[in-house]
Design a protein around this ligand. Structure first.
Ligand SMILES: [Zn+2]
Length: 269
């Protein structure tokens, strides 16, 4: 029989094929090798996040003091572990351990894609390569920290909402625990997280490459009809550090502009 790891790898391979068939902007496909890597890493990230949520669902019931129900649910005190409780730091560590390597690979893939597409070699001096390596690691760590914080905040909210609903419905502990576990072990959430972040991480790497090799400007690469938020920016060229303004007024340095955004950037030298 296949082990869980083998099943997860098969799932990742299958998801990678599905992801690759989506409507990616052409600039991602200019180099087939890094495009294949990008879609594989996206699928891998999804698998890792889904596994994390699956395990979290088993831990989450212990973050609720069921003996205190039906006390009202509050963020600072109440039956659910409050915001500064140690357990959330532990959760952040676990999620970081689950995704940091994939995020680092995604940032690095953006750098390699830049080299393949634009053909300007990165400084060959050992010092330059070492510096870029440090930049990749730092960007990945920063990026992962933000992502982990966001996911953990949402988890806390989900636990509170689930318990509040159980109280409102007068459910017993069994029914409440089951509701909570179902809410946390959510593959759709894993998919949403994993479909937005790879573009951010990859584009972070690509920008590092572009800046290291002297790019001056950038053009937003997207299908006018593809996403309403990004549509006003499609084809627009700005200086490399200027911000694009999306349809909802948010300013971004680069895609992703929104969840599931597949827009790209073309750098100009
Ligand atoms: Zn977009």
């Amino acid at each position: 029989m296949a082990t869980r790891l083998e099943l997860l790898e098969a799932r990742t391979q299958l998801r990678a094929a599905i992801v690759a068939a989506e409507d990616w902007q052409e600039s991602y496909k200019a180099d087939p090798t890094t495009f294949a890597l990008l879609t594989y890493l996206e699928a891998q990230l999804e698998t890792h996040v889904a596994e994390y949520l699956h395990q979290l669902a088993l831990r989450a019931p212990a973050y609720v003091d069921w003996s205190r129900l039906p006390e009202p649910i509050k963020a600072d005190a109440g039956p659910v572990a409050n915001n500064d409780d140690e357990v959330w730091k532990e959760e952040q560590k676990l999620l970081t351990a689950a995704i940091l390597a994939v995020i680092t690979d995604l940032v690095a893939t953006g750098v390699v894609a830049g080299e393949s597409v634009y053909g300007i070699p990165l400084g060959m001096a050992t010092l330059d390569v070492a510096r870029l390596d440090v930049q990749i690691q730092e960007a990945a760590r920063r990026y992962t920290a933000d992502l982990v914080k966001g996911v953990t905040d949402t988890t806390r909210k989900q636990i509170r909402e689930s318990v509040a609903k159980s109280i409102a419905l007068g459910e017993d502990i069994n029914a409440s625990t089951e509701r909570l576990m179902r809410a946390i072990d959510n593959p759709i959430r894993a998919e949403l997280i994993a479909q937005t972040e790879p573009v951010n991480a990859y584009q972070t790497g690509l920008k590092h490459y572009a800046k290291s090799t002297g790019a001056k400007q950038k053009t937003w690469d997207g299908l006018a009809g593809a996403c309403k938020l990004c549509a006003p920016q499609v084809g627009k060229t700005l200086d490399i550090d200027e911000l694009f303004i999306l349809a909802d007024g948010r300013e971004v340095d680069r895609p992703a502009g929104h969840p599931r955004c597949r827009c790209g950037l073309i750098y100009i030298y």
